[in-house]
Design a protein around this ligand. Structure first.
Ligand SMILES: [Zn+2]
Length: 308
């Protein structure tokens, strides 16, 4: 997971900057979302670019249309506007299937029939189960199935996810992975820190990682601004971009909001939703003022890299 920092040089112009905010409608937006949206929107405005909205609603079990409507209301209240109608990931399963088929044809995916419980038990049996940013790594059980076992299980209709064989994928690269992080410098991609990630779930024919990469490219996003909690996910995203011949955007991972005790603001904290704040009579201007130091710090860090 160690990455080597390279000297920071001003980024070459990439044409018109396109940023995005991409929330999941699984609940109401809170103050932390507001921060993220204000940064993406502010940077696009300052650099004369476009700000896009994407609704990440692949998880039919947890996403609700009323939350999708609420988030547009909240963002409008915050004074944000977006140039095109929002992209909805639930409309995009065909594009994800095409990307998945390509990786399958390249021999980089394998079906995983494990239940969560089987994975837990397998990890518990292993004396030194490696850990990644999301917890213990998948032990690779189904990577070792024979062709025959795989064919039989698939033919029997057994539920399965599709995992990326990360080692096989990285072995195939002709150039090392890297990305230009406007906050952290040039970072070396190390996707093996995640193990064999799921690219299509048992219940959903895609995953967060796959959908994000396909959609950023489809929307022409060339500057991804998002919270530090997603910094490590970039290791996987740059690998998928390379495997799918998609461009790697520039990234900026901003600081996360914390409470008075320095803990990350909990998403479940109802008092921090934008709707609650509005109901309590807090104005969008007051909230923007409150967030301005963090928004300005992020915008400064980003825009100075574009000043050649
Ligand atoms: Zn498995």
């Amino acid at each position: 997971m160690m990455s080597t920092a390279a000297p920071q040089t001003p980024s070459k112009p990439v044409g018109r900057i396109v940023t995005r905010f991409a929330p999941s409608p699984t609940g109401l937006l809170h103050k932390g979302h507001g921060l993220s949206a204000l940064i993406a929107h502010g940077v696009a405005r300052r650099l004369g670019g476009d700000f896009l909205l994407r609704i990440e609603d692949i998880d039919a079990g947890r996403c609700r249309p009323e939350f999708a409507a609420a988030l547009e209301r909240d963002l409008t209240w915050l004074g944000l506007d977006w140039r095109r109608p929002p992209m909805k990931q639930s409309d995009r399963f065909g594009a994800y299937a095409a990307a998945l088929d390509r990786l399958k044809a390249d021999g980089l995916l394998y079906p995983c029939f494990c239940t969560r419980r089987e994975i837990r038990e397998e990890i518990a049996r292993s004396p030194s189960a490696p850990h990644g940013p999301d917890g213990p790594l998948y032990p690779g059980t189904c990577r070792f199935l024979s062709h025959r076992e795989r064919t039989e299980k698939l033919a029997s209709g057994m539920a399965h996810a599709w995992r990326l064989d990360v080692r096989a994928a990285t072995d195939r690269l002709d150039q090392p992975l890297a990305w230009d992080d406007l906050g952290a410098g040039i970072r070396k991609g190390d996707p093996e820190c995640f193990g064999d990630v799921v690219l299509a779930r048992k219940d959903t024919p895609t995953s967060y990682h796959l959908a994000v990469v396909v959609d950023d490219a489809a929307q022409g996003v060339n500057l991804v601004t998002r919270g530090r909690d997603l910094f490590e996910a970039t290791h996987i995203h740059v690998l998928l971009q390379r495997l799918l011949d998609l461009p790697t955007p520039r990234y900026f991972h901003h600081d996360l909001l914390t409470d008075d005790d320095g803990r990350r603001l909990a998403k479940r904290d109802k008092s921090a939703t934008l709707e609650t704040m509005r109901a309590r009579g807090i104005s969008a201007e007051a909230l923007s003022r409150d967030l301005a130091p963090m928004v300005e710090a992020a915008m400064h860090a980003i825009t100075r890299r574009f000043a050649a």
